[in-house]
Write a protein that binds this ligand. Structure first.
Ligand code: NAP
Length: 267
């Protein structure tokens, strides 16, 4: 996993969240990476220059992500750290977050998300606990994941506090301008996951743009997110892919490229 390949020039784009934190648009996803592989992959991401890590209680790798971060030599406050609480732990939110903080070897995370919606009133009750966690300084920002606009409004109306972020499945094939507008209108940052799944890497339009620019399809997809101001958190266990996915500061998609990629989701 470790080698001496050159470190890419990372994008410096950020989105300022409703609580004031600046979230790097590019982060490293860690779903389905566990054990020593999680330590190595997270270490490779930090060595490549990523300063944003995405984990979750249910990923079972917070300990390993925390270890890689602690051993990396990168200062904790240089890294934007997200974790998530599943709705089946409703009622035990703060204990769950404290366990996450212990595992991650930190006093607070930058962003804590409700991982997916629960049934009925669970979301509003969880959200109250999230607001309390932020009040106690255990997290800088609070948000949700896999919510739609109606659910975002439900928790915001119940508490008077709107989520800073909604993390949803997002890729060129899922692009939907109404979803972008719904988040923008509410002041909720849109964060995408699984950007490289579902056939996007094999899409011929993306392949054609990548070929013209001398880039990989993954780089085009990641760059497309950045130019839309959407947070993107590609995952890989391979150091070369981890580096190459971050090497997206040195080129731009034209407005025609952006429109052609957007059109893939509107078909
Ligand atoms: N909130 C939620 O419910 C939720 C759900 C899913 C994911 N997420 C978050 O979003 C992150 C990203 O989503 P994801 O894990 O589904 O995967 P992804 O980033 O879409 O990547 C999918 C697969 O693509 C491969 N890949 C990566 N770079 C590549 C490249 N340059 N060329 C070819 N293949 C490449 C990786 O395999 P290799 O490892 O073999 O390279 C990876 O398993 C997750 O890790 C997690 O942090 C959140």
């Amino acid at each position: 996993m470790t080698d001496h390949a050159p470190v890419p020039t990372l994008p410096t784009d950020t989105v300022t969240l409703s609580g004031g934190a600046r979230m790097p648009l590019l982060g490293f996803g860690t779903w389905q990476i566990t054990g020593e592989e999680a330590v190595h992959a997270t270490a490779a991401a930090l060595a490549a220059g990523y300063r944003h890590l995405d984990t979750a209680t249910v990923y079972g790798n917070e300990q390993e992500v925390g270890r890689a971060l602690a051993d990396s030599g990168v200062a904790r406050d240089e890294v934007f750290l997200t974790t998530k609480c599943p709705p089946d732990l409703a009622g035990q939110e703060l204990e769950t977050l404290r366990r996450s903080l212990d595992a991650l070897q930190t006093d607070r995370v930058d962003l804590w998300l409700i991982h997916w919606p629960g049934e009925g009133s669970v979301n509003a009750r969880m959200w109250e606990a999230f607001v309390e966690a932020r009040r106690q300084g255990l997290t800088r920002e609070i948000g949700v994941s896999n919510f739609d606009a109606a659910l975002i409004d439900e928790v915001a109306d119940a508490t008077g506090v709107r989520p800073a972020v909604n993390q949803v499945e997002w890729s060129p094939l899922l692009f939907d301008s109404a979803t972008v507008a719904a988040h923008r209108d509410r002041g909720v940052a849109l964060e995408g996951y699984s950007a490289l799944r579902g056939g996007t890497l094999e899409d011929p339009t993306i392949g054609g743009i990548a070929q013209r620019l001398g880039r990989t399809p993954a780089q085009v997809i990641i760059r497309w997110h950045l130019q839309h101001g959407v947070v993107v958190i590609p995952k890989s266990v391979h150091a070369d892919r981890i580096r190459s996915n971050a090497d997206v500061a040195g080129f731009e998609l034209t407005s025609d490229d952006m429109a052609a990629i957007d059109a893939l989701g509107q078909g």
